[in-house]
Design a protein around this ligand. Structure first.
Ligand SMILES: NC(=O)c1ccc[n+]([C@@H]2O[C@H](COP(=O)([O-])OP(=O)(O)OC[C@H]3O[C@@H](n4cnc5c(N)ncnc54)[C@H](O)[C@@H]3O)[C@@H](O)[C@H]2O)c1
Length: 250
């Protein structure tokens, strides 16, 4: 008996990084994975690898910025797999900008993906997760728990994820559902590999969020996700669990 036998996990951001690793981990532990992303090629690679390992996975080209798409994705997941037990709001973007470089378009894009998409996918999935007495896990960041120079919009979105998670947890505190967030520090994923450091930054200001330990692997975050989604975490609700090598301890 595996931990997620007969469970369906609806995950965003499965084409890459943490989403891909989480799809692998949950499928290996018995879950049917319904994965969403805008990167169709990357998503197909994840699905092929999951299936090659004996897992069950379906995917849907879904931009989480669209409320209608979030609702359609949930409906199709339910049609395909019969329900939703676990939601993983993993998709996200990050960028470094000086304050004067932030555009309205860039601000809106970051909030639409990192916050709005997370809320409306949750809204769409909630009736099914409540029926399943399941779990919702949002990926926040250490950037939601501390101020970081040069990433004001990103910090603002992740702070929103932290408090959105707590507010959702309180609204459903009397119901048999769990809503939590994971706040990783650096993770070795394409998001970091493609992170463009702006010229003229003052590295003294970046030092407090560089940390003292090496980055997590996406598999480590996926392992924590699996624990948070499992029965072993039955009393964890409304929590923001850091996995940042001590970055936010000081
Ligand atoms: N990598 C880090 O150091 C780090 C640290 C803390 C938190 N996080 C968070 O972890 C989460 C996963 O990031 P990652 O590091 O795996 O990055 P990643 O870039 O490897 O994966 C993010 C995925 O989200 C998808 N995505 C982007 N926009 C989308 C949209 N509109 N609709 C659907 N999918 C979309 C991308 O295509 C990609 O597959 C993000 O929320 C990120 O903010 C990452």
């Amino acid at each position: 008996m595996k931990r997620f036998d007969d469970k369906t996990a609806l995950l965003t951001g499965v084409a890459s990084g943490v989403g891909r690793a989480t799809a692998h981990r949950l499928a290996a532990e018995g879950a049917r994975v319904y994965g969403l992303d805008v990167n169709v090629e990357g998503m197909a690679e994840t699905r092929a690898a999951v299936e090659a390992g004996g897992g069950v996975m379906a995917t849907r080209d879904t931009d989480v910025r669209s409320v209608a798409e979030c609702h359609a994705a949930v409906a199709e997941c339910v049609a395909e797999f019969g329900g939703v037990d676990i939601v993983g709001n993993i998709a996200g973007i990050a960028s470094q900008r000086h304050v004067h470089q932030v555009t309205e378009e860039g601000w809106d894009q970051m909030f639409d993906i990192n916050v709005k998409g997370m809320f409306f996918l949750t809204q769409a999935a909630l009736p099914h997760v409540l029926e399943a007495e399941g779990s919702i896990i949002n990926i926040a960041s250490n950037a939601g728990l501390m101020g970081q120079a040069y990433t004001v919009p990103y910090c603002a979105t992740k702070g929103a994820v932290v408090n959105m998670t707590r507010a959702l947890a309180m609204e459903f505190v009397k119901q048999p559902i769990r809503i939590n967030a994971i706040a990783p520090g650096g993770i070795d994923t394409p998001l970091v590999h493609n992170f463009e450091i702006q010229p003229d930054v003052d590295f003294d200001l970046m030092q407090p969020y560089m940390g003292f330990r090496k980055a997590s692997s996406p598999e480590q975050i996926a392992g924590l996700f699996a624990f948070m989604a499992s029965e072993e975490a039955a009393n964890i609700h409304g929590s923001i669990i850091s996995a940042d090598g001590g970055l936010t301890a000081s």
